[in-house]
Structures are given as structure tokens and as C-alpha cells.
Ligand binder design. Structure first.
Ligand code: FAD
Length: 384
């Protein structure tokens, strides 16, 4: 039957597209349903960093970062197109003694684990970024991370998935399911019903909306993150720059700015994030967000006060109570797989999508993903 598939993937962001590719590459008949355009949720609007040193330090996360970065070697050739993959320095600004002490400990652990990381003082920070206003800063964490163009990365996976035989359908919002004896038998959009053996829900911040359609409540919330991009300027910022205490800065607050500055290949500067806690899904920016973001930006790089902002946007970014991803089969529905809320998303995508495809196809991935299973929330959960 032309509308019958081995796996239906819901969501056309990094997770859904890369999984659709890996599944189709391994001979599954795959349909991907995306409610808008490819990448139009959060993925294509992100900063494109393949982060290396900001995540959890448990063995699985470390493994996913180290091997995940390796997996990028040759990936542009494999997917058949460029997505502007390159290496970049990252400086995580240290503003407090607590953060300095915390990162001195992490520096040792990360470096020993194969992720070279160095805490540098204010003088070295000023040398690395001569145009930065470093007054009041203690120093920074320095490492080398990856960078890519997130829209090209999304489209590269979509095209490669199509070439491998997957059907990718945009403007196809999933509205419901047919269930028989605890198994999904069909996925419904407004106009059509598609039949399947398995379903992979990879709708990012919208995962709870989908699982509620089968009466499963998952603890995934989101914040609204606002960002801006400037006109191209001559090279005056040399590294990606973030704050070292991102989570502490936004934690427990209704609104906060966690400044991040990322020069792109063509001279524009991508600037993130003004963060607001919310239950709604918005794409616009607020007067508060853009003003606060600009204020912190100009404090850090005063010369930017004469540079024009050419575009601004907001997107949801999701999190769980323990800030670990949710990845695995839903305990309540036999054949529904869920994946959302990764920590260092881009870094792990090429590797993790292989492992998730293995699991969905009934094989064992090289490393168990059990620690991310939704089973951990079966008896409820507590938000801090
Ligand atoms: C400003 C900003 C900067 C960021 N920078 C980085 C960064 O530098 N590096 C990094 O690794 N991460 C970054 N992130 C986080 C990263 O963007 C996300 O982790 C990632 O995009 C999540 O991918 P996803 O596939 O899970 O979700 P999404 O990209 O949101 O994809 C889910 C898709 O599901 C679709 N969908 C929703 N409901 C339905 C439905 N009913 N039917 C069909 N489709 C549906 C949505 O339209 C969406 O396209 C950033 C986030 C923000 C907001």
C-alpha cells in the first residue's frame, strides 16, 4: 500500500530528519511528517554550534560528544552536500569565583576524557578577543567546538533521506492516531491517514502535544528563546562567546538574558538568547528581549552599538526535570518511540540518529540509551 510504512517519523527538525535518513539508509520504508517547512521548528533557527564542554559529565554523554564529533568527518560527503562544517574556538566567559572554581574542576575531567578544555585568565581572554570589554570578568573557558549552518544541515539530511527512499512531507501536521490493543496502527493529518508499524515522535518542544493525543503526559517544558543577527561586519570577533554559567543564569527566573555571540562565515554576528518561561509557542521577539539582549551585547562589545540588526526571531527550546534527554519507547504504547530535549544537540545528532535508528529497527545500538528512557517518569516527577 502506498500509504503504509515501516516507520512514520513525526517532526522535521534535526532529530526527525537525521533519524529518517538513518532508517531509510537501513532499508526501512519511512515517512516523515512535518507540520510546517523543514527545520521551521527550532532547528534551522539555532546558532549552529556543535558544543563540546557544557554538557553532563557522565560516561554516556562524554562518549556521545567525543564520538559524535568524530562522526562529522566525511558527513558532508556522505549526505552529498555542504552544510558549512568547520571548527571554531569557544570562550565561555567566567564572571564569578564560584564559576571559576566549578570550571577548574571540569577542565581536568573534560581534558582527561578527550575534550581539551582550558580555563584562561582575563589577560589571556583579552588577547583572544581584543575588542571585548573584559572589565569585571575573571577569565573564560576555552575549547575548540564545531560550527555549521543549521538550515543547510537540516536540508542536507532531508535530501539524503529522500535519496535513500524516505517520503518527506512538509505542511502535514499530525492531528491524531488510530490505536488498536495498545499499538498505533495509523497516523492522521488533516487530510490523510497513513498506516505504519512504528511511530517516532521527534517534535521537539511539541512532543507533549503529540503524546497527549495518546493520553501520555511527558514532563517536557520549554522556554521562549529570542535571538538577533547583525549585518555583516569586518572580522572583529574571533571566537564563539557564551557565558560559563548559562543554566545558573536562567534557572528559576521568569526572564533572563544568557548572552551568546557567534560570528558566521560571511561576517554577520548571530546573537542569542533572551529567555522567557512560557507555555505558549511563539516565534516573535519582545521589546524586553531585544532591548535586554542588545544592552548586554554592547556592554561586552561596545563597537557593536553602531551595527544594524537585520533580523530577529524567537523559538521554543525544551527541557526536562533532570535536564537529561527523553529517548526511548513509551512504556504505555507498544510501538511509539520518543526523542526530545537533547543537551548538545548538533554534536550528537549524526551518531545518536544511527543509534536511535538501530533501536527502532529492533537492533542494539553500541551503547545503551536506557538512562534517557521515558520509563524514569512512569511514577511521576517533580519540577524544581
Ligand atoms: C536561539 C536558539 C539557539 C540554539 N543554538 C543551538 C546551538 O548552537 N547548538 C545546538 O546544538 N542547539 C542549539 N539550540 C537548540 C536546538 O535548536 C534544539 O535542541 C534542536 O533544534 C531541537 O531539534 P528537534 O528536532 O528536537 O526539534 P525541532 O527542530 O523543533 O523540530 C520539531 C519539528 O516538529 C514539528 N511539529 C510540531 N508539531 C507537529 C505536528 N503535530 N505534526 C508534525 N510536525 C510537528 C515542528 O514544526 C518542528 O519543525 C538552540 C535553540 C535556540 C532556540
Amino acid at each position: 500500500m502506498s500509504n503504509s510504512y515501516d516507520v512514520i517519523v513525526i517532526g522535521g527538525g534535526f532529530l526527525g530528519l537525521s533519524s529518517a535518513y538513518e532508517l531509510a539508509k537501513n532499508s526501512s520504508r519511512v515517512l516523515l511528517l512535518e507540520s510546517g517547512d523543514i527545520g521551521s521548528g527550532t532547528s534551522a533557527s539555532c546558532s549552529g554550534r556543535a558544543q563540546v564542554c557544557e554538557g553532563h559529565l557522565d560516561p554516556l554523554n562524554i562518549r556521545m560528544i567525543v564520538d559524535g564529533l568524530d562522526r562529522f568527518n566525511g558527513l558532508e560527503d556522505e549526505l552529498g552536500t555542504t552544510f558549512d562544517w568547520r571548527k571554531s574556538g569557544i570562550l565561555l566567559i567566567i564572571r564569578t569565583q564560584d564559576s571559576w572554581n566549578h570550571w577548574k574542576e571540569r577542565e581536568t575531567i573534560l581534558t582527561a576524557a578527550g575534550i581539551p578544555t582550558q580555563v584562561i585568565d582575563r589577560v589571556a581572554l583579552q588577547e583572544a578577543e581584543p575588542n571585548m570589554n573584559t572589565s569585571g570578568l575573571l577569565g573564560a573557558v576555552y575549547a575548540i567546538e564545531g560550527m555549521l549552518n543549521p538550515l543547510k544541515f537540516s536540508l542536507a539530511y532531508a535530501d539524503a533521506a529522500r535519496r535513500s527512499g524516505a517520503d518527506i512531507k512538509g505542511n502535514s501536521r499530525v492531528t491524531g492516531f488510530e490505536i488498536n490493543h495498545g499499538r498505533i496502527t495509523a497516523v492522521k493529518t488533516i487530510n490523510r491517514t497513513y498506516y505504519c508499524d512504528k511511530v517516532a515522535v521527534m517534535t521537539g518542544a511539541w512532543v507533549p502535544e503529540i503524546t497527549r493525543m495518546v493520553n501520555v503526559d511527558l514532563p517536557i517544558r520549554h522556554t521562549h528563546a529570542e535571538a538577533i543577527v547583525t549585518e555583516p561586519i569586518p572580522k572583529m570577533i574571533f571566537n564563539n562567546v557564551e557565558i560559563s554559567d548559562f543554566y545558573e543564569t536562567i534557572h528559576g527566573k521568569q526572564r533572563a538574558v544568557a548572552i551568546g555571540v557567534h560570528p558566521d562565515l560571511h561576517g554577520s554576528i548571530d546573537i542569542t538568547e533572551a529567555v522567557t518561561k512560557t507555555d505558549s509557542y511563539e516565534r516573535h521577539v519582545s521589546a524586553w528581549g531585544i532591548t535586554s539582549l542588545s544592552k548586554e551585547l554592547i556592554e561586552l562589545y561596545p563597537f557593536l552599538n553602531r551595527v544594524r540588526v537585520v533580523r530577529s526571531w524567537g523559538r521554543p527550546t525544551c527541557f526536562t526535570p533532570d535536564e537529561e534527554p527523553i529517548i526511548g519507547w513509551l512504556p504505555q504504547i507498544d510501538n511509539m518511540y520518543v526523542a526530545a530535549s537533547l543537551v548538545e544537540t548538533i554534536t550528537v545528532i549524526p551518531l545518536l540518529s544511527e543509534w536511535m535508528a538501530n533501536t527502532i529497527q529492533g537492533q542494539n545500538p553500541p551503547f545503551s540509551l536506557e538512562q534517557f528512557s521515558p520509563n524514569r517518569y512512569v511514577n511521576g516527577w517533580q519540577w524544581e
